[in-house]
Write a protein that binds this ligand. Structure first.
Ligand code: GLU
Length: 545
């Protein structure tokens, strides 16, 4: 009886009941197999790859089941609230094309019937359930201050409540109505704690959709449901929200497994059907000593999703790489379906890896090379320009001034090529990759032993040089001169007796290539020469090594 009176004392203004609230959040009418899932980030100022990983898994689960994906901003932790942090979340999600069926717009408009989709706007709802739990004696007000009397509280806990180390009962759990009233009359603020029904001896089994059945010690702590500022921490808020919002599967990080027993006790106290959790493994990195560690925003720039935009990775490269981490079957699928969009790769909950994936930049770059190889010259140019406009304004200006030229540059060994070059994995590397287009080489990848030969060949080549009409004729011209100067044009003969020649045709081409581009490797030289124009090519060929 006193519980009811205490509840009324704590929440005199709360007149609604959980039933009233449930009326406003009717059960979703779902078809068999439809998944309702969500992404529930806390605005911290950056989007960590681990969080984005969850968003992407949830996105796919909803998409692959024709289900529903909603975005819920979990901003109840005031200390972690960062100005503009919400905008960062929206920005990253939008850039990656993660679309939600239900969410709140940045200017506060709820799209969907289960809002508000921002936790700080749901305080009234949480209070209704907190009041109910207090009424039922399943929760109680706690007046202990964090700062004062801490030793007393600990002592009290030890003597009065602690029979052993197994449980953590709070000293306020059995306050009488009169005691509560005294605190309230004093104007003291209060937190609400769960009155755990466990003693610390119990164990519970629960099911995780990725890891299967798990067993752990049941919760035996009177943990906080609502803080003294009236705001509920994660445990209470998510239990209520996921229930009201009709979540069928909650994808969250593995770090929540240890608190799942507490969450399940809370669901039971609230008389809610427990939610189905899918704890995804955390993305790891290998440290210098060969040990796995969690990828961290402190040490790993790639832990921040903005990194990929700054470096100019195509969105599809990053998403394909994540798919690869989620399910190793993706790689085989991609091999068998080189031209299909990744969206056609379907996976379900059972296909999600249970093993912590290892972040591997080389693998990402490999995937990205293939993604970029699928772009046409025009597409690549457009993407490069978009990137430059955001991250390298002077470059963007150059690209825009000479659109045709740079589109041709992007199309080299790409448009119409049976095997497009796979040397670019992000847009920020393109300027270096094509440095010879922007300016004459300042360094040359020529073996020093070749200097004299290269100078001789090039000065002869320059004497009669005129821009050839096509690649074949260009090559024929090089071959003819090479032969005249004592180079083998038949590679077989050359290999049988290399000392009889100055080199082979490939060597002769290398001299021209290095003179023009500075590099031993480049796209088709003839195309580069066409882009640079005859005069420029002549100037470069006249270089003395
Ligand atoms: N706000 C929590 C986080 O960012 C969400 C956990 C969950 O998805 O339930 O870790």
């Amino acid at each position: 009886m006193d519980c009811k009176k205490i509840a009324q004392l704590l929440y005199p203004d709360v007149t609604e009941t959980p039933e009233d609230i449930f009326k406003r959040y009717p059960r979703r009418q779902l078809k068999e197999g439809q998944v309702v899932t969500r992404f529930a980030p806390s605005p911290t100022g950056l989007m960590h790859i681990g969080n984005f990983f969850q968003a992407f898994i949830s996105y796919n689960l909803a998409k692959n089941s024709n289900g529903i994906l909603f975005l819920r901003i979990e901003d109840t932790d005031e200390k972690r609230k960062v100005k503009e942090a919400k905008a960062v979340i929206y920005d990253v999600l939008e850039r990656f094309g993660i679309k939600f069926d239900e969410y709140q717009t940045l200017d506060g408009k709820d799209i969907g019937d289960y809002g508000p989709y921002v936790q700080s706007q749901r305080e009234r709802i949480y209070k209704v359930f907190a009041k109910k739990l207090v009424e039922e004696g399943k929760a109680f007000p706690c007046f202990c201050k964090k700062t004062e009397g801490k030793e007393d509280v600990l002592k009290l806990r030890e003597t009065k409540f602690y029979e052993d180390d197994e449980k953590e009962y709070d000293p306020c759990r059995d306050l009488s109505y009169e005691e509560v009233k005294k605190h309230i009359d004093n104007g003291e603020s209060f937190a609400i704690r769960l009155k755990t029904k466990n003693t610390g001896k119990e164990r519970i089994k629960f099911y995780d959709l990725i890891k299967g059945e798990l067993e752990a010690k049941a919760n035996a702590k009177d943990f906080v449901l609502v803080k003294s500022d009236g705001i509920p921490p994660y445990a209470f808020a998510h239990a209520i929200d996921d229930t009201l919002m009709g979540t069928t599967v909650a994808v969250r990080g593995e770090e929540y497994i240890s608190s799942t027993p507490a969450h399940l006790e809370l669901f039971e106290a609230l008389s809610f059907t427990p939610i189905k959790y899918c704890h995804n493994p955390l993305i790891c990195k290998m440290d210098e000593n060969g040990n796995r560690r969690k990828i961290s925003k402190r040490y790993d720039p790639e832990a921040n999703m903005m990194y990929y935009f700054e470096k100019g990775y195509p969105v599809d490269s990053v998403l394909e790489y994540l798919l690869n981490m989620i399910n190793s079957g993706f790689e085989i699928w991609r091999k068998n379906n080189p031209d299909k969009p990744w969206q056609e790769f379907k996976f379900g909950i059972n296909d999600i890896t249970a093993v912590a994936p290892l972040f591997d930049m080389v693998k990402l770059n490999d995937i990205s090379k293939n993604v970029i190889a699928r772009q046409s010259g025009e597409e690549l140019f457009a993407n490069w320009l978009v990137w430059a406009k955001e991250y390298d304004a002077p470059l963007a200006e150059i690209l825009e001034k000479d659109k045709d030229k740079f589109t041709k540059v992007c199309a080299m060994d790409r448009d119409g090529a049976t095997k497009p070059r796979k040397d670019i994995y992000n847009y920020s590397m393109m300027k270096d990759n094509f440095d010879y287009i922007f300016s004459r080489p300042t360094s040359y990848e020529l073996d020093s032993a070749d200097t004299a030969k290269a100078n001789e060949f090039l000065s002869e080549y320059l004497k009669t040089f005129a821009m050839p009409p096509n690649n074949e004729e260009w090559f024929e011209g090089v071959k003819a001169l090479a032969e005249k100067l004592g180079y083998a044009i038949d590679n077989k003969l050359y290999k049988q007796n290399p000392d009889a020649y100055k080199g082979n045709t490939a060597k002769a081409c290398e001299f021209i290539r290095v003179a023009i581009t500075g590099h031993k490797n480049s796209p088709t030289l003839f195309t580069i020469m066409q882009i640079l124009g005859e005069d420029e090519v002549k100037t470069r060929l006249s270089h003395k090594f």
